[in-house]
Ligand binder design. Structure first.
Ligand code: URP
Ligand code: ZN
Length: 456
């Protein structure tokens, strides 16, 4: 065997057990005791985890008069340093464009730069007959999930979303929906600006939880009418979780993603001095504190399926400050791709809110299963890709800007030190991160042809 990870404790969503892991040709080829290999990597007193799978990123995204500050190189380096070995990014269709053109544009940006494997979703922003027909070709290319916005200028009407859901159902695709009522956001925004309320603290007040709850309920209803599966992205609040829980209790295939920022940060961040509240301007926004414990409970009992990041970073200087005099011009998004697994481990596993297996399920196994990548990704088994993390449960890491690799001029977690961090990260059998240093290769990642959606 090329490499053996020796003496570690393997943790998957199903089991935790002592085993060596043998790697050859980029795959896991053996698991057991006393394995021998050309190169031995010591995992004594460490966990061996499947590389995490981030189902929600926005790298090099042209958005709100600027471009998200991580490109496919810096963003995937940062992901890897935080233990993520697969991302699924959103290719965005612009009006007039075909879905194929959007996917091609994203692949042209990503392929030469990615350091880990990646897949794509594609956002449908221009619903026409030819686009609905084209969805099937896109699924054949391995892009088996589509996003629809109910917020922003790109938002769809109900009849448009219904058509996308019906078409997706027929071709084995999953529809991911950004649930905020964009019409109500526009109305509330106009009112606030007319009252001279222009600072970052008005961003969350322009799009309150009720607007998300209404849009979530509507998406759930439309998916039910279409008899289609639905994946709600970045759910933030108790009311929206209730809407999805009721549908699930009635047996509907409604899947739920949340993100660490909604579990850990609250609306008070927008009151930070100077213009610092802009660091947290993203959509949906951070919520009132009582929602956070509701989301944690949802994670623990299984009402939430995945943890994504919605990574979409913008620098404070030169990007966020475009909206210094008008919160509607602050580019929406936060740097999150590197800190997802460490934060969830620290705040979830160390604090006893979730167990280690549930942690692995949320950050790796469930996203891989829902998005057609399992068992190549998201678990450790003979035949799986050797995307592996030697995780040191006692390693402490302050999440300062200096310690992180994301290409952005601040860390939202500057004051936080986590315990539990990757020591070594392997992607298809190659060591790409060692002690928080990237040692892999630009362009070594591959585009992943994902399988159609299935709940089994
Ligand atoms: O604020 C956010 N979330 N920016 C990225 C685009 C989106 O809405 O997902
Ligand atoms: Zn997003």
């Amino acid at each position: 065997m090329d490499i053996v990870l020796k003496g570690g404790t393997v943790a998957t969503a199903k089991d935790i057990y002592r085993a060596d892991v043998g790697i050859q040709g980029g795959l896991v080829v053996a698991m057991g005791q006393d394995l021998q290999g050309d190169r031995v990597l010591d995992a004594t007193d460490k966990y061996v985890l499947p590389g995490a799978v981030d189902p929600h990123t926005h790298l090099e995204l042209e958005f709100m008069d600027t471009v998200s500050s991580d490109d496919f190189y810096t963003g995937t380096v940062a992901a890897a340093c935080g233990g993520t070995t697969t991302i699924i990014d959103y290719a965005e269709q612009t009006k007039g464009e075909t879905l194929g053109q959007a996917v091609d544009a994203w692949r042209a940006k990503a392929d030469p730069k990615v350091v880990i494997d990646y897949g794509l979703h594609v956002s449908v922003t221009d619903v026409r007959g030819d686009i609905l027909a084209e969805m099937e070709d896109i699924v054949r290319e391995g892009v088996t999930s589509f996003k629809c916005y109910l917020a922003y200028a790109e938002r769809l009407r109900d009849d448009e979303l219904l058509q996308v859901l019906i078409r997706a159902r027929d071709i084995g695709a999953l529809v991911n929906v950004h649930c905020e009522n964009g019409w109500l956001v526009d109305l509330m925004t106009k009112k606030l600006l007319a009252e001279g309320k222009t600072g970052p603290r008005w961003h969350p007040r322009s799009r309150p939880a009720a607007f998300e709850e209404e849009a979530t309920q509507r998406a759930v209803t439309l998916a039910s009418i279409a008899q289609a599966p639905l994946y709600v992205v970045h759910l933030t609040c108790a009311g929206a979780l209730d809407a999805t829980r009721q549908a699930r209790d009635a047996g509907k295939p409604v899947l739920v993603e949340t993100c660490p920022q909604y579990l850990l940060l609250d609306i008070e961040r927008y009151d930070e001095p100077d213009f610092d509240g802009a660091k947290y301007v993203l959509s949906p926004p951070l919520r009132e504190r009582d929602n956070l414990e509701v989301l944690w409970s949802g994670l623990a009992v299984g009402d939430v399926d995945t943890i994504g990041t919605d990574h979409c970073p913008f620098n404070l200087v030169g990007q966020k400050d475009l909206g210094r005099d008008d919160f509607t011009r602050i580019p929406n998004g936060m740097p999150t791709v590197e800190t997802r697994a460490p934060l969830l481990y620290h705040e979830g596993v160390n604090s006893g809110r979730i167990g280690l297996q549930r942690f692995v399920e949320l950050v790796a196994t469930a996203p891989a299963k829902l998005f057609g990548l399992f068992p190549n990704k998201g678990t450790i088994a003979v035949g799986s890709d050797a995307d592996l993390v030697i995780w040191d449960p006692s390693k402490e890491m302050p999440l300062t800007k200096e310690n992180l690799h994301m290409n952005v001029d601040y860390s939202p977690y500057e004051q936080v030190t986590v315990r539990g961090y990757p020591e070594l990260v392997l992607a298809r059998g190659e060591v790409i991160v060692q002690d928080n240093r990237f040692v892999g290769q630009r362009g070594a990642g591959r585009f992943l042809n994902r399988r159609p959606f299935s709940l089994s």
